[in-house]
Design a protein around this ligand. Structure first.
Ligand code: 5GP
Length: 186
């Protein structure tokens, strides 16, 4: 463990469907010192998602117990479900010199900024709202109601993008990755 050369906490925020997950998994493949924090959520798994890999899928009761026991670094309610970052491991990974990536929504990003003022905060923007809606629809498994909710939240989140240290537009994948690399490693 190297305390003299600690790692970093990287917060990646951006509207649902903007492609944060794809960008981050490509980055992690290329840079093994990047570690993704696996969040807990009460939402149902989407087809293809694996428990303990994509999320820890918890019941509402278990999530509320985790909050009460202080096991979450931050948590937020998003489109009718809870999402939160488990405390365990995050500080240890940073002290071990790794870069821990939190892929979280706006309220969580704001909470983390208070707890970890040195965290590097990045906002991923879609090329346009129309393109974002298209991406949310093609990802599937979201009801019309959930799509509408996600789009409404997206507009509020995009309005706050200037609070972040870096803004990256996810239009061309390789360009977006190069910009993220600059933001993370600069
Ligand atoms: P999705 O349901 O599309 O996987 O995620 C919905 C939103 O919750 C996304 O904006 C995602 O970044 C955010 N999210 C995922 N995990 C966490 C977390 O641990 N904390 C917070 N605050 N937001 C999260």
């Amino acid at each position: 463990m190297s305390v003299e050369q600690p790692g970093k906490l990287i917060v990646v925020t951006g509207p649902s469907g903007v492609g944060k997950g794809t960008l981050i998994s490509l980055l992690v493949q290329r840079h093994p010192q990047l570690k993704i924090s696996i969040s807990a959520t009460t939402r149902q798994p989407r087809p293809g998602e694996t428990a303990g890999v994509d999320y820890y899928f918890l019941s509402k009761q278990d999530f509320e117990a985790a909050i009460a026991d202080g096991k979450l670094l931050e948590w937020a309610e998003y489109a009718g479900n809870y999402y939160g970052t488990p405390q365990a491991g995050v500080t240890e990974q940073i002290e071990a010199g790794n870069y821990v990536i939190l892929e979280i929504e706006l309220a969580g990003a704001r909470a983390i900024a208070k707890i970890f003022p040195d965290a590097r905060r990045i906002f991923v923007l879609p090329p346009s709202i129309e393109e974002l809606e298209q991406r949310i629809r093609t990802r599937g498994k979201n009801s019309e109601e959930s799509i509408a909710k996600r789009l409404q939240i997206a507009k509020q989140e995009i309005a706050a993008s200037k609070e972040f240290d870096f803004e990256v537009i996810n239009s061309d994948l390789e360009t977006a990755i190069a910009e993220l690399e600059k933001a993370i490693f600069a």
